[in-house]
Design a protein around this ligand. Structure first.
Ligand code: SF4
Length: 310
């Protein structure tokens, strides 16, 4: 049967995936056996809706049913919904970076709202703080939940010091460095009256290549900030994602190439600190993939071994 063919193909594959196959009378959905990528089901009117993020369901007037289990194949047709566990031995390792920046804050993974997880990251980041600053500014949009919680924990005023241009997409997904540079210039702007002569805690979600971080810090200094203390609400990303979330090669990752001191100089900030892996683990579910922070990949790397260095 068609179902058996999908199952057979999936047993031959390794890695992270979710996919759908549409035939004349059925819709099949599959999630990888480690559940690295997410997939959810909702009921909408007389039909079903499948999405990698739960935030899409209320928008469509859908009622959340459940997540697709790791290694599960579900067939939807006029008879309803039929599930089969096509790969039995599964050890869930859902992508922890969904909470950091991939997902919207109103999405829920593994029972945890992304916004709440980001707040926890901000809380733990602040718990280790030891310098004085006048205001906290978050980088829109994905760092705002962590930045607000960071400010609340330290009892330092939270300010909107950066404004995002709503009419331009993410610089991260642009294919060339030159396009990313152009995108960055029009994507964010600093409000000088907020940051001028201030010692600023700047909270961002992550540092990938470091290009964006450097430019944002530069923006604040150009707008008159007296000091910029960059705080990152996730651990250092030293290892490549081999599961399709990000295509940045390890040799291009800032945290693989530089120490924290070197990054401080590169970004021209007065100080820089990351959330520790230990604290990040307290914020995300225990069964999470953290490979890009720790180098511990959920499965054998096979052909990709040479792409990962200590
Ligand atoms: S390596 Fe990182 S980005 Fe890739 S799936 Fe694992 S946690 Fe997510």
């Amino acid at each position: 049967s068609f179902e058996e063919k999908i199952a057979k193909a999936c047993r031959m594959m390794s890695g992270a995936y979710t996919f759908m196959v549409v035939t004349k009378d059925s819709l099949y959905v599959v999630r990888d056996p480690h559940g690295i990528r997410s997939l959810y089901i909702a009921k909408v009117d007389e039909g079903y809706c499948i999405s990698s993020e739960t935030c899409s369901f209320p928008i469509l007037g859908g009622e959340f049913i459940r997540e697709v289990n790791p290694g599960e194949l579900i067939c939807f047709n006029c008879e309803g919904m039929k599930s089969s566990q096509i790969i039995e031995e599964t050890k869930t390792k859902a992508c922890a970076l969904e909470y950091v920046y991939y997902s919207r804050p109103d999405s829920v993974h593994n029972g945890l709202t992304v916004h709440e997880v980001r707040k926890q990251c901000g809380y733990y980041l602040a718990s280790e703080e030891n310098i004085e600053a006048d205001i906290v500014v978050g980088v829109p949009d994905s760092a705002l939940s962590a930045a607000a919680s960071f400010a609340r924990t330290l009892n330092v005023p939270y300010e909107t010091g950066l404004i995002k241009n709503r009419y331009i997409g993410s610089t991260f997904i642009r294919p060339t460095e030159q396009q990313r540079m152009q995108g960055m210039r029009v994507r964010l702007n600093a409000i000088s009256s907020v940051v001028k002569d201030k010692r600023v805690y700047l909270v961002d979600d992550s540092v990938v290549k470091g290009f964006t971080s450097r430019r944002i810090c530069q923006l604040l200094k150009e707008a008159g900030a007296k000091e910029v203390h960059l705080r990152i609400a996730s651990p250092m990303l030293k290892y490549p994602c081999l599961y399709g979330a990000d295509s940045t090669a390890q040799k291009d990752l800032a945290a693989f190439n530089y120490t924290v001191d070197e990054m401080e100089q590169l970004f021209q900030v007065d100080s820089l600190r990351f959330l520790s892996v230990e604290d990040f683990k307290k914020c995300v579910p225990e069964a999470s993939c953290l490979a890009c922070c720790t180098g511990e990949y959920p499965e054998d790397l096979q052909d990709y071994k040479d792409e990962v260095k200590e």
